[in-house]
Ligand binder design. Sequence first.
Ligand code: ATP
Ligand code: MP5
Length: 274
Amino acid sequence: MSKVASALTIAGTDPSGGAGIQADLKVFQERQVYGMSVITSVVAQNTLGVQDVQHLPIDFIEKQLDAVLSDIPPQAVKTGMIATVEMMELVASKLAKTTIPYVIDPVMIAKSGDSLMDITSRQVIRNTLVPLATVVTPNVPEAESLVGFEIHSNQEAENAAKVIVEELGAKAAVVKGGHLEGEATDVLYDGSSFSYFKADRYETKHTHGTGCTFSAAITAELAKGKSIKEAVTVGKDFITDAIQYPLALGNGYGPTNHWGYRLKGLPQQQEVLK
Ligand SMILES: Nc1ncnc2c1ncn2[C@@H]1O[C@H](COP(=O)(O)OP(=O)(O)OP(=O)(O)O)[C@@H](O)[C@H]1O
Ligand SMILES: Cc1ncc(COP(=O)(O)O)c(N)n1
């Protein structure tokens, strides 16, 4: 009898299904991992942007965390949108009591430009959640905010990944190159060496939720017991396929295609019902 791994996402919602909790759960399912979720903030958003946000009361987030952790301890956890200092402190206090592999996608600003984390929290995440992380997966602006210098090249991405590990205390960091020019190159530092994960840059505006999808795939693989490097390798292949088989849903920045990996070798345009 094969054992099924479970993974937990602690994040905000996206009713349009491309990012946040909804994306994470779809990715866990696609990676054959039992998915669970704790909602931090309910977000009214779609492919055009964020219309409004309601943060859940902190004691209610705690009840959700306790409900899951006391009953079905997951084999890996990820956090996405953790908008306030109180939420960070709560999640840190719960995760500090465990040894569960933990992936942080330090979501700060949505693709649409809307803020998903307040300014004070962008500083506080450095010393609450980051030191607990197995892997932190910032995009370039998030990495810049964590380390305090600008990133324009892979060399600077390497420097940032090193600071996140050696100064902020994460076990590993992948600085994603989606916001840089040229190939989509992500740089992993695991405390001893750098690894590069490269893909052709696909010309598309449908990149809503790329960071959520990438980090959820990494989380699923860690839940199955894979090493950090193996998990990032799978995560990179998974997000590349999800970007390269766009669904073109919605009127703005459409979602990635979570079953893109199943379409390898097929024409890249899929017809969408309107
Ligand atoms: N146009 C593209 N073509 C191929 N890969 C891409 C492209 N854009 C981003 N990626 C890859 O997608 C992953 C996510 O990177 P990105 O920098 O877009 O994250 P993000 O900004 O946190 O995403 P989001 O905020 O949309 O959730 C990385 O592996 C990155 O290299
Ligand atoms: C709840 C939530 N979490 C994360 C994102 C980031 O995704 P993107 O930058 O692609 O909009 C988002 N839009 N909403």
